[in-house]
Design a protein around this ligand. Structure first.
Ligand code: GRF
Length: 216
């Protein structure tokens, strides 16, 4: 059997996406293993999820470092010590330095709760409602130096209903996140997904600018 893809997951909070990844890899169908879960917050519930699954956890408190560069250098050291082939940002609420992003170019994925390039940044569900959008969703993308701006891998699209609230949208988008993030990690682990010069490629073919689209 080929060597599994070593995945390190970075979190700051509840870790429901981490859970979805652990569940997906736990089926034995994905040639990957999560070697460690790192958090910048000791109280992140996702750390408990990892412990329960017998996965190593590491806490690096950003407040203990003098500036972003120093924190990111410590992060790189911790990640590389665990031999990461892929780094998965799963609700990691820190902006990463250009040096960090370059270090992991082509092996750094993020999930964002909007149909990028729309609604980068925070409070996406509220902003979708304010803008009167008919559709919303979530996106998995390779991370580049532009915040929430890297090449898209896959998007799940859901309709916005007339009675939706930020909370109801968040809930339905989360369900989709738990489907598309494990899918993207599976593609990467299987060697099917890579970052080419012109963007994300799946099975050697360039993906559309919006990534693979899954509509509901
Ligand atoms: C998700 O909404 C994700 O899109 C965003 O952070 C949130 C993390 O949620 N990047 P969880 O900790 O995985 O539940």
């Amino acid at each position: 059997m080929a060597t599994p893809c070593n995945v390190v997951v970075l979190i700051s909070g509840g870790g429901s996406n981490l859970q979805a990844l652990m569940d997906s890899i736990g089926t034995g169908d994905v040639p990957a293993r999560i070697t460690a879960v790192l958090s910048n917050r000791a109280d992140a519930y996702g750390l408990r999820r990892a412990e329960q699954a017998g996965i190593e956890t590491v806490v690096l408190d950003h407040k203990a470092y003098e500036g972003r560069e120093a924190f990111d250098a410590a992060l790189i050291q911790a990640i590389d010590a665990r031999g990461a082939d892929l780094v998965v940002l799963a609700g990691f609420m820190r902006i990463l330095s250009a040096g960090f992003v370059r270090h992991y170019e082509g092996r750094l994925l993020n999930i964002h709760p909007s149909l990028l390039p729309k609604h980068k940044g925070l409070h996406t569900h509220q902003r979708v409602l304010e803008a009167g959008e008919a559709e919303h969703g979530c996106s998995v993308h390779f991370v580049t130096e532009e915040l929430d701006g890297g090449p898209l891998v896959v998007q799940a699209v859901i309709p916005v209903r007339p009675d939706d609230t930020p909370e109801s949208l968040a809930q339905r988008v989360h369900v989709q996140e738990h489907l598309i993030y494990p899918l993207a990690v599976r593609w990467f682990a299987e060697g099917r997904l890579r970052l080419g010069v012109a963007g994300a490629e799946l099975d050697g073919e360039p993906l559309p600018a919006s990534g693979r689209s899954i509509r509901h």
